[in-house]
Design a protein around this ligand. Structure first.
Ligand SMILES: Nc1ncnc2c1ncn2[C@@H]1O[C@H](COP(=O)(O)OP(=O)(O)OP(=O)(O)O)[C@@H](O)[C@H]1O
Length: 253
């Protein structure tokens, strides 16, 4: 589903900075993969490459066999809208629109009929428990509701690949758990492939596999296999080892 082949990223500037170095990663269709590592290790850089927000300096990324960097800007906009779903830490909702309008924004851009859009929005909102707030503005809703709205927006096209950058970073623990359970069910029931960057070991324990990045390189990998609790303990162990090696905190609770 997703192939990251020998990808490096150098940010050019007065002093150029190599943020990623020769990353190889294959993600299977339907896999829920987590990306962890210390602050500044290159997690968001990797996610930005995969999400086509930025392009690698060398190497290539294939999504479902396609290299998005080879698409024209118009094709790329359509590819992003229809095949990728984005979930961010700060929700990135448009404050002047209602919850429903935010959810159906990409359908509006594609010229779908209003009745069909409303039906789709209502069906998804029902599933995510936000049906009662569809007509509220985004400043009238809680963080947990805002993230569910962002998830509804991300899955409206039933994308093959959903990318999440610290999706629980701004949520209390109950809302974080709700959001992770929703993401888990989208992954298991709709079969969407997911990639999530997180600092939080308990969020990461929802994944099937975690790759750990350190200094722009793949450092380690853990597969879930057993219970969330066992997986959580293993994740904490790797994070503490990384912390010891670096002499700085790599984990936040
Ligand atoms: N646009 C940019 N220009 C120059 N350097 C950048 C740019 N974006 C990121 N970097 C640098 O690349 C490195 C990796 O950054 P990145 O945001 O990918 O790290 P991260 O692992 O996501 O960190 P955090 O957990 O703190 O969000 C950092 O040292 C950062 O300062």
């Amino acid at each position: 589903m997703l192939e990251v082949k020998n990808v490096s990223k150098v940010y050019e500037g007065k002093v150029s900075y190599r943020a990623l170095s020769k990353i190889d990663l294959t993600v299977q269709q339907g896999e829920f993969i987590g990306v962890m590592g210390p602050s500044g290790s290159g997690k968001t850089t990797l996610l930005n490459m995969v999400s086509t927000i930025d392009s690698p300096t060398s190497g290539e990324i294939l999504i479902d066999g396609k290299n998005p960097n080879r698409l024209s800007s118009k094709e790329l906009a359509l590819f992003r809208r229809r095949e990728l779903g984005f979930i961010f830490q700060h929700f990135n909702l448009l404050p002047t629109l209602t919850v429903k309008e935010n959810i159906v924004l990409s359908l509006t851009l594609d010229g779908m009929r209003v009745k069909e859009m409303n039906e789709k929005a209502e069906r998804i909102a029902e599933k995510l428990g936000i049906a009662p707030i569809l007509n509220k503005r985004t400043y009238e809703i809680s963080g947990g509701q805002a993230q569910r709205t962002a998830i509804a927006r991300a899955i409206i096209y039933q994308p093959k690949l959903i990318l999440a950058d610290e999706p629980t970073g701004n949520l209390d623990s109950k809302s974080a758990r709700d959001v992770l359970e929703i993401m888990e069910s989208i992954n298991k029931e709709a079969g969407a492939t997911m990639m999530m960057v997180t600092h939080d070991a308990s969020a990461a324990s929802y994944c099937d596999r975690i790759v750990f990045i350190k200094d722009g390189k793949l450092h380690n990998e853990l597969k879930r296999g057993e219970s969330k609790e066992q997986f959580y303990k293993k994740i904490i162990k790797v994070l503490s080892q990384m912390e010891e090696e670096a002499g700085e905190p790599a984990v936040s609770f």
